[in-house]
Design a protein around this ligand. Structure first.
Ligand code: PEP
Length: 275
């Protein structure tokens, strides 16, 4: 018996575990990691239905890694570690850069690529982003590929065209397995750090467009399995509504992740949709 496409999509949405990431940006020093995680973990009970990715700045990664490793056998909340950036080069004379193998050595297993702050403030274009994607995959790191339009692009009705270009150029030449291991974060630039969250309808429309693009770059099964997070001013107040979208598989949280209580609240909202 074959399932109808709609029913298949609904079943897949239920099967995709929600994934909530904390992008600490340039906040939380190494010595602040333990106090933060002590509070955060004390608020987490049994939550195997949600995945949490901590994305500290580089200098806090060793401490965060130590704690994630130490708690991995006791906790039920799957906790993963991500980095905020990666060099597109393998190794060598690149002062100030961090190589993929250095991240792997710290048991980091995912990495943000193409965050709008990297695109806008550090001149990262789609070509560099593609190179970083390849480098991450060479080392079996899961990229969290950030895509999103500016307000000007949206006002001109170009939001889908921009996303299409970002996705095609980042994902071209990737194998089906590599695309399947990628996490996508739809982050409208106008919503990041502004307090102006996209509406659920806007986010759903863009997430379903992204799924369609993944189907084109890969296939329908990969498109239904891939997880697409929403990012842009997610807080404990709006997380419940945002996470209710069938195509919204989690959140990438910046500002609200700096407080362990509010980040814990967002994770709890996600767990209600995943069980
Ligand atoms: C981000 O940094 O990716 C982000 C979404 O930030 P904020 O939650 O503060 O908008």
């Amino acid at each position: 018996m074959s399932l109808s496409k709609d029913l298949y999509s609904i079943l897949m949405a239920l099967a995709r575990k929600k994934i909530i990431s904390a992008n600490w940006k340039m906040h939380i020093t190494a010595s602040q990691v333990l106090p933060y995680l002590t509070v955060f973990l004390s608020e987490m009970t049994v939550m195997e239905a949600v995945e949490v990715i901590l994305i500290p700045p580089f200098t806090s990664l060793p401490k965060a890694s130590e704690i994630v490793q130490a708690t991995s056998h006791t906790r039920t909340l799957p906790l993963r570690l991500g980095a905020q950036n990666i060099s597109s080069h393998e190794k060598g004379a690149f002062t100030g850069e961090i190589a993929a193998m250095m991240l792997c050595d710290l048991k980091v297993d995912c990495v943000l690529i193409g965050h709008s702050e990297r695109r806008q403030l550090f001149g990262e274009n789609n070509k560099i982003i593609h190179e970083k994607m390849m480098r991450a995959h060479d080392h079996h790191l899961s990229p969290i590929l950030c895509v999103g339009e500016t307000w000007d692009e949206r006002s001109l009705g170009k939001e889908k065209k921009i996303l299409e270009q970002q996705l095609r150029e980042a994902l071209c030449n990737l194998s089906r397995d590599q695309i399947a291991r990628t996490i996508i974060a739809y982050e409208p630039v106008w919503a990041i750090g502004t307090g102006q969250t996209a509406s659920l309808d806007q986010a759903e429309e863009m997430h379903s467009f992204i799924r369609g693009m993944i189907s084109e770059c890969s296939d329908e099964t990969t498109a239904q399995h891939i997880r697409i997070q929403y990012g842009g001013s997610v807080t404990p107040l709006n997380a419940k509504e945002m996470l209710s979208g069938p195509n919204i598989d989690g959140a990438l949280v910046g500002g609200a992740s700096l407080d362990p209580h509010s980040f814990a609240e967002i994770v709890k909202h996600a767990s209600n949709f995943s069980t």
